[in-house]
Design a protein around this ligand. Structure first.
Ligand code: UTP
Length: 290
């Protein structure tokens, strides 16, 4: 079985749900406490042993490339001012040269199209997909749990979490076949089903391990929900040929692609930050009392 060595991170979307913040800043660079979203996702991949990062970018997303490069003036200024701790932290966080690749999605035609744009960089091997607006700050991260599961199952894996049954119409959910602990063999996926039609209440999270055969399906995938080329539609075709498991991951995931989720992530991680938690907790407590 080939190992998962590469992660595709699509960053070409417009981020309309968090406008106007994303009018001139990529959504993926919005900070949670002191780190941009993309940083959390790359760190999660590294923990899973995946160092080869493929970013699918688009117009106006150039600042993401700057983030993964040296900032010479900044580094020289920090050194001159003796701010060596900050400088060392910046350098340590920088990915090894040559491990981050970029390709462009020339128009935001949907997640499936964004993943397809990475086909030449992925090649003929299994790969992970991580959506950067969903962050998993705790360890083990979801990708690590999925890579461990992959060692047992092979095939394709999607991450899921349980949601209240009355909320299925907000999410993509899986159709389960057989469950073994945290792994659920599945027969397919359904987009936003009404609770009475939902095959389960396990919602799909933005973490996937896919086999390269998905690219041929994406190539001819027609537009689906919202007029976009949907990854789910091609996965539903692949499920007829290959195994798919859902991995019920342990831990908290924050959906920072919505204003509420982004605020919640900041409060949650602010309260956990060794540097800020004491003062921040005091502040939050006074505000909650008012
Ligand atoms: P979202 O579904 O959150 O879409 O994409 P979006 O366009 O960014 O945001 P909204 O819904 O308008 O607020 C999930 C991830 O997939 C990327 C996004 O950049 C985001 O990281 N994406 C989405 C693409 O790269 N291309 C697309 O065509 C769509």
């Amino acid at each position: 079985m080939k190992p998962v060595r590469k992660v595709v991170i699509p960053v070409a979307g417009l981020g309309t749900r968090v406008l106007p913040a994303t009018k001139s800043i990529p959504k993926e660079l919005l900070p949670v406490v002191d780190r941009p979203l993309i940083d959390y996702v790359v760190a999660e991949a590294r923990e899973a042993g995946i160092d080869d990062v493929i970013l699918v970018t688009g117009r106006g997303k150039g600042a993401i490339e700057e983030y993964f490069d040296h900032a010479f003036e900044l580094e020289a200024t920090l050194a001159a001012k003796g701010k060596n701790d900050v400088l060392a932290a910046l350098k340590a966080a920088l990915p090894k040269a040559g491990t981050v690749s970029y390709t462009r999605q020339q128009a935001p035609l949907g997640l499936g199209h964004a993943v397809w744009c990475a086909r030449a960089l992925v090649g003929d091997e299994p790969f992970a997909v991580s959506l950067p607006d969903e962050i998993v700050p705790e360890r083990p991260g979801f990708l690590k749990q999925m890579v461990d599961a992959y060692a047992q199952t092979g095939g394709n894996i999607v991450a899921v979490e349980e949601v209240p049954p009355e909320e299925t119409s907000k999410y993509g959910v899986i159709a389960p076949k057989a469950r073994k602990g945290e792994l659920i063999e599945m027969t397919g996926m359904v987009e936003k089903p009404a609770p009475k039609d939902a095959p389960s209440n396990f919602r799909i999270i933005g973490r996937y391990i896919l086999q390269p055969e998905i690219f041929a399906l994406l190539e001819k995938q027609e537009r689906g929900a919202g007029g976009e080329i949907q990854l789910t539609d091609s996965m539903n075709a692949l499920v007829r040929e290959q195994t798919f498991h859902a991995c019920l991951c342990k831990g908290v995931i924050h959906d920072c692609g919505s204003k509420l989720g982004w605020l919640q992530a900041n409060v949650d991680l602010g309260l956990k930050s060794p540097e800020l938690s004491q003062a921040f907790r005091k502040f939050v407590e006074t505000r909650v009392k008012d």
